[in-house]
Design a protein around this ligand. Structure first.
Ligand code: DGL
Length: 277
């Protein structure tokens, strides 16, 4: 029997935050193979000059595609998406899907027209956030909180370090004060902190991130390219969803177990990739 080729997707982030998006991609397309690439040697991207982010994204993603040809690339990082997306699209010959804070769906959900935007300091100060609010959240009060701790706490979870709840409570104090009923998770690391965030802000009704929308977009793009395959068609799901988890720095201790717990068991974890960065 002729087996259709299994589509392969490259998911990129500066760290482990993109795993929150990878989980949604895997849920939507369990038949697809995933390569995960984290530029953790340069984490966090929010502290890097734009030119460095552009150069690193373009070089690392091109290198990964050479090793693992893919049908689509997901930039599962708000910072990298804002800075590098146009450059990547110019040089890649596969579709590149980026992520933006989900202000539009949040505006559709909020009942009291008060939305919290939780993102990295680098993301909250970008002018494209003003544009998103003007375009999609007119009439809503949007309270922005950009805190450097949250990405670090999410990374710590991989190593088994508990989230410092009291510090998190303090970090999101501005959202409590603004009585928001909806919070946009404007950084792909934050869905990993959702349980702790819910404890900090029990009054919030809607938590919105971009993972599902990205997964739907990738699924659509692959279908357009004739690259979708149902598990039945290709004779069952791949044994492991993530064929390789590439880290530009040392692999975070505990990452294999962390990924497995999210249904993202990696076949191989490669660190200090590609060996010259
Ligand atoms: N996951 C990245 C994002 O969504 C982390 C930010 C960073 O590296 O600064 O923006």
């Amino acid at each position: 029997m002729n087996q259709p080729a299994v589509p392969r997707i490259l998911v990129f982030d500066s760290g482990v935050g993109g795993l929150s998006v990878t989980a949604r991609v895997h849920e939507a397309m369990p038949y697809a193979s995933i390569v995960y690439l984290a530029d953790n040697a340069a984490f966090p991207y929010g502290d890097q000059p734009d030119a460095v982010v552009i150069e690193r994204c373009c070089t690392l993603i091109a290198g990964a595609l050479e090793q693992y040809p893919c049908d689509a690339v997901v930039i599962a990082c708000n910072t990298a998406s804002t800075i590098a997306l146009p450059h990547l699209r110019r040089v890649m010959d596969v579709p590149v899907v980026g992520v933006v804070p989900a202000l539009k769906p949040a505006a559709a959900k909020t009942r009291n027209h008060r939305i919290g935007l939780l993102a990295t300091p680098a993301t909250v100060r970008r002018t494209y956030i003003d544009q998103l609010i003007e375009e999609f959240a007119v009439g809503c009060q949007v309270e922005r909180v950009g805190h450097p701790g949250l990405v670090q706490w999410a990374e710590g979870l991989v190593r088994g370090v508990a989230v410092p709840q009291a510090e998190l409570d303090q970090a999101v104090e501005g959202l409590r004060g603004a009585a928001v009923d909806t919070v946009v998770l404007g950084c792909t690391h934050y869905p990993l902190l959702l349980d702790s965030l819910k404890r900090s802000l029990p009054g919030v009704r809607f938590w919105v991130d971009s993972g599902e929308a990205i997964a739907r977009r990738v699924e659509w793009l692959l279908a357009q390219a004739g690259k979708s395959a149902s598990p039945d068609e290709q004779g069952g799901e791949p044994r492991v969803p993530v064929v390789d988890a590439l880290f530009s720095g040392p692999a975070p201790k505990g990452v294999t177990g962390f990924m497995a717990a999210q249904g993202l068991q990696p076949r191989v974890v490669t660190e200090n990739w590609p060996g010259t960065s």
